[in-house]
Design a protein around this ligand. Structure first.
Ligand SMILES: [Zn+2]
Length: 168
């Protein structure tokens, strides 16, 4: 996957994001293209943008340079793209894999997005006790993931398929 470098408004490098995310940021006027692949453009009905190598955010974003993004319910839902870790349907709640009543904490590795139904069904049990299986393992998001969610680019903002077919 082609990666694009993201600079803060102050020109300091922040992270790399996928080309798709970079194009979304430019299309949403959240970033401008600083450096593009020569001669390559993404063209479609209402879109005509250069293929960005480097973009710069339109507004300065204060990014805490922690080794880890700090945990939040919103962050867990964004990390899991609002998909339930047990059934894959739309998730609005956060489930503690090891329940808090069993000592499970508010950490990236112990929490997953969950639909209300599965969260209720699992209740105060571990997935094993409830006979439920995690579709994917929870993970600690990278600073780039945290930046992308801070910028408000959600999975629903992903570009349509035709933009995936870019010239090599
Ligand atoms: Zn579910």
């Amino acid at each position: 996957m082609r990666e694009t470098l993201v600079l803060n408004a102050s020109f300091e490098p922040l992270a790399t994001v996928s080309l798709r995310r970079a194009v979304v940021l430019v299309m949403q006027d959240k970033a401008v293209v600083e450096h593009a692949h020569p001669g390559l453009r993404i063209r479609a009905a209402s879109v005509d943008v250069p293929v960005p190598r480097v973009i710069r955010l339109s507004r300065y974003v204060r990014v805490p340079f922690r080794r880890q993004a700090s945990w939040s319910r919103r962050g867990v839902l964004a990390r899991d793209q609002h998909r339930c870790a047990y059934c894959g349907k739309r998730a609005m709640t956060v489930d503690h894999v090891l329940p808090r009543s069993h000592g499970g904490g508010d950490t990236w590795l112990n929490t997953v997005a969950s639909c209300a139904e599965d969260n209720h069904r699992k209740a105060d049990r571990t997935p094993e006790q409830a006979g439920m299986r995690l579709l994917r393992r929870p993970f600690v998001p990278t600073p780039a993931d945290a930046l992308v969610s801070a910028l408000g680019v959600s999975a629903r903002d992903e570009l349509p398929e035709w933009l995936g077919a870019l010239p090599a």
